[in-house]
Design a protein around this ligand. Structure first.
Ligand code: NG6
Ligand code: CA
Length: 490
């Protein structure tokens, strides 16, 4: 063969392969789940906010599908995150409520999880941000050693987290299970029952606080802020609240950079706008809403930086973004940060009744945006969807079987998430704080009696704000939903 022939043949061969490679790549887009803490339905300008402007998140919505009936499973953090990871309703298990910072891991290590779906599909998986699903196998643990099991044992190849919430000790970063910046001889101790060590507490020394508590939050002081729980030691490892956003952003960007050549799944569990709201100094005073609004602007900035990173690496056209929040909004959540005083006419929960912890829509109906360049036609969808469904939907996309009996509450809504189908779930259970639950079907919402609260029925189709309890008018509807609720609960 002449060398010219050889070259021609080879070129033809390479050219033939090229579209295949590109095709392959498109079949496995990178996926980033941006999960905000305590962000309400009405906290983004693309969902109608006027008191704050969120151009970066709005841009994702503009290029993607914005859901108006998108939900987390629960009105508090840990349960919603549990559902996102496992595809199982958290109220099926005992004690899947807001965890302390020393709680053991509550996610089974031998069952399918959202990151494991991606791993099975050949992705590199990463977690950056707030975890709040427990670490290790017991409360008493050695914080100076690698703590297992944790995120890395339930499907993440890489993790850079803080254990619980910013208002709970230990206030440290952990990379792949190990405290970051810890000096070997400065043992960290954590206790949620009694004081340990000599660190001042907010209760004894309110004069040391730069952010006063309104309720609780009066135990160990770190960075001038009283926390829930006591900790001692780990002085060099303790983070400063103002560096949380830049740190998590940097770690997310580095993860993307390192994995730009392969498909990756990144779960960016943003720490804000949860309390204590103490944004990076450059954001303090930027909004008219106090630190709560400043934290929203900070979050929006970080989202913009992340998107810019994707553009710089030419990954933006090949990356799916899922943006949502773990529960509804709250103003005063235990710190005197003036969120209430400065709120003005802003409606953090949008048109909905209720807030974080509430069984009304404001508790679990949250911003929910998916952009998938080339696959999703931009627009809005009124379909009822839930974060719990991401697991089964991505599993279906990759044709990965979900083992029998696992992720049992996760529905394959791939067609809905990509805008091909206008309807979503037919039935959904919502979880409020404590014993409150609701079942929603075809816009009818039934809330079984709990505590001292009587059963309720709302017609969301005509009464989106749940103003009128119509249970006496539609007793049959209530009975039907109650029966269905009990069946699903079983
Ligand atoms: C509550 C805290 C609140 C917040 C919440 C958990 C008090 C008075 N309130 O107990 O500040 O931390 O737990 O929020 O301590 S969540 O978003 O993680 O569920
Ligand atoms: Ca939360």
């Amino acid at each position: 063969m002449t060398s010219l022939k050889k070259i021609l043949l080879l070129t033809g061969f390479v050219l033939q392969l090229l579209p295949l490679a590109a095709q392959k790549k498109n079949d496995k887009p990178n996926v980033i789940v941006i999960y905000i803490d305590d962000l309400g339905y009405g906290d983004l300008s693309c969902y109608g906010a006027q008191a704050v402007t969120t151009p970066q998140v709005d841009a994702i919505a503009k290029n993607g599908l914005r859901f108006t009936n998108g939900h987390c499973t629960s009105a508090t953090c840990t349960p919603s995150r549990y559902a996102l990871m496992t595809g199982v309703y958290p109220w099926r298990e005992k004690g899947h409520n807001i965890l302390t910072g020393d709680a053991p891991l509550i996610i089974p290590t031998d069952k399918i999880t959202l990151p494991k779906v991606f791993k099975q599909a050949g992705y590199t998986t990463g977690l950056v941000g707030k975890w709040h699903l427990g670490l290790g196998s017991e409360v008493a643990k050695n914080w100076n050693e690698t703590i297992k099991p944790g995120p890395n044992e339930v499907g993440f190849d890489y993790s850079y987290i803080f254990p619980a919430t910013a208002d709970r000790v230990p206030t440290i970063f952990m990379e792949n299970g190990k405290a970051v910046g810890l000096e070997a001889d400065d043992t960290i101790q954590v206790n949620y029952r009694q004081k340990i060590g000599n660190d001042p507490t907010g209760k004894e020394h309110p004069e040391l606080l730069k952010l006063k508590a309104s309720v609780g939050h009066n135990q160990t002081i770190v960075n001038g802020i009283g926390r829930i729980g006591y900790m001692s030691g780990g002085q060099q490892a303790r983070w400063v609240d103002e560096e949380l956003a830049p740190t998590f952003l940097e770690k997310a960007k580095t993860f993307i950079d390192k994995n730009q050549q392969r498909p990756f799944f990144l779960y960016l569990a943003w720490h804000g706008i949860h309390v204590p709201r103490m944004p990076a100094t450059m954001f303090k005073g930027k909004s008219a809403l106090g630190f709560r609004g400043d934290a929203i602007l900070e979050m929006d900035w970080a989202v913009g930086e992340l998107m810019q990173q994707l553009k710089n690496l030419k990954l933006d056209k090949n990356t799916v973004i899922v943006f949502s929040s773990d529960n509804g909004p709250v103003l005063d959540d235990g710190y005197a940060d003036e969120a209430e005083q400065k709120n003005g006419n802003h409606r953090p929960a949008g048109p909905f009744r209720g807030w974080k912890t509430s069984i009304y829509e404001g508790g679990t109906r949250v911003p929910f945006i998916i952009s998938w360049p080339g696959k999703i036609k931009p627009g809005t969808s009124d379909a009822m969807v839930n974060q719990i469904d991401l697991l089964a939907s991505f599993a279906a996309y990759f044709q990965i079987p979900v083992p029998d009996g696992e992720a049992r509450d996760s529905e394959n809504l791939l067609a809905t998430f990509t805008g091909k189908n206008k309807s979503g779930r037919s039935v959904m259970i919502e979880e409020g704080y404590g014993e409150s639950r609701a079942i929603v079907k075809n816009g009818w919402k039934y809330i079984p009696a709990y505590g001292k609260v009587n059963e309720q029925l709302y017609d969301l189709n005509s009464d989106l704000s749940e103003k009128t309890n119509v249970i006496s008018r539609y007793p049959d509807k209530a009975a039907e939903l109650q029966k269905l609720f009990l069946e699903i609960k079983k």
